[in-house]
Each structure stands twice: as C-alpha cells, then as structure tokens.
Design a protein around this ligand. Structure first.
Ligand code: GTP
Ligand code: MG
Length: 206
C-alpha cells in the first residue's frame, strides 16, 4: 500500500514538472512565475444596454468565437481567462450581465467585489451611448468608490453605420476623465488590448 502511494506521488510529481515546463515555454521562456498559482486574480464586470455586444465581447475574448445570432443574456454568465501581463500570470474572472432592465435586480448583485467595470456601448446605437451616464450611476450605487471603470465602444467594424460621432466620444472621455477604447467582438479588434490596459492599471494599484 505504502509503495503504491509512493509510486503515485512520484507520478504526480513527474507530471507536475513536465506540465510546468511546457506551460512555462508557452507563456514566457525565462519566467520565474510559479505555476498553478495565479499571481493576481481580478473580477471584471461587463455592463451596458441590451444588444451592445457584451456577451459577444466576452466570448471573443475567452473562446475566440463570434456569432451573428442574438441570444439575450438571462441574468449573468461568466468566463475565466488567464493572461500574462507585465510578466505576471493574471487570472481574470469576467462577468457578463444582462442589459435588459427586467434583470437589473439580479445583475447588480454581481457588481459586488468587482475590481473593474467595463461599461459598453454600440457605436451604431445612439441610445446606448446616451445611457452611459445612467450606467455609471448604477455602478456607483453597487460598487466601492475605487472601482476602476473603462468604456468599450463596440462594433467598430460597422464604421459606415456609426451613429455616435468620434468628436462626441472624445469629449465624453475628457469630460468624465475615463478611458474609452474601440473594440469589435466580430473582428476581435482592440479586445485583448482593452483587457490588458485594465489589468495593468489594476496591477499598478496593488
Ligand atoms: P444582452 O445580453 O441582451 O444584454 O445583449 P448583449 O449586450 O450581450 O449583446 P450580444 O453580445 O448578444 O450581441 C447582440 C448582437 O450584436 C448580436 O446579434 C451580435 O452578433 C451583434 N454583435 C455583437 N458584437 C458585435 C460587433 O462587434 N460587430 C458586429 N457587427 N455585430 C456585433
Ligand atoms: Mg448578453
């Protein structure tokens, strides 16, 4: 029995070393990051009007997929994503919330404990831009004051259908002192950058 246990332990140890070496190679050749132990874990919540593309952004970022078919989110959904940011292995827990008002009492419960909130709008949907301030108020009610906020301007692949002028976006950014980043869940443009930007900010705060 003792022998079997010893053999099992050796096997596990070998596997750990083996996997460890492979993952280190993938992430960073000279990394001294200890495996299976994320250096940082952050909770990030996506909010914004219905149909702006929150779920698509999440799925593009986590699974690298996109669909034109619209299925409204009921309540919340979430994914994990691990990234190397400034040599730090970072695990992000991303919560996707329903934009429809009828789910508001459920979704706001998930804002708690968030390190950052991504408020999303759709550049082809004027109302979703007009509602940004409403979302800031909503976030303010259910999160700590020091929660980081960023705005994601989604569907930037639909430049021809743009309903929110670039000038307006720039003014909003200055007025509210908030970073607005152009993204497209369809093409994947800007998404990795946006999350990297947030995580870098969060790491700096630590
Ligand atoms: P709720 O769950 O109701 O809050 O909506 P949502 O914000 O999660 O929207 P969702 O991600 O389901 O996307 C809504 C529609 O927009 C879908 O038909 C998507 O295919 C489309 N869509 C999302 N992102 C993009 C994008 O970047 N470009 C284009 N062209 N279409 C997009
Ligand atoms: Mg959704």
């Amino acid at each position: 029995m003792l022998l079997i246990l010893l053999l099992l332990k050796l096997l596990l140890l070998f596997k750990y070393e083996h996997i460890s070496r492979i993952v280190k190679k993938i992430y960073n050749k000279n990394s001294s990051v200890s495996l299976f132990k994320n250096e940082y874990v952050f909770k990030i919540v996506l909010v914004g009007d219905t149909c702006v593309g929150k779920s698509c952004l999440l799925l593009r970022f986590s699974d690298d997929v996109f669909t034109e078919n619209y299925t409204t989110t009921i309540g919340v959904d979430f994914r994990f994503k691990t990234m190397m940011v400034n040599d730090k292995l970072t695990k992000i827990q991303i919560w996707d919330t329903a934009g429809q008002e009828r789910y508001r009492s459920i979704t706001t419960a998930y804002y708690r404990g968030a390190a950052a909130i991504c408020v999303c709008f759709d550049i082809t949907n004027r109302e979703s831009f007009n509602n940004l301030e409403m979302w800031f108020d909503e976030v303010g009610k259910y999160t700590d004051n020091d929660v980081d906020k960023i705005v994601l301007a989604n569907k930037c692949d639909l430049e021809n259908e743009r309903k929110v002028k670039k000038d307006e976006v720039d003014n909003f950014e200055k007025e509210h002192d908030i970073k607005i980043m152009n993204v497209s869940a369809k093409t994947g443009d800007g998404i990795e950058n946006a999350f990297k930007f947030i995580v870098e900010k969060l790491i700096k705060k630590k």
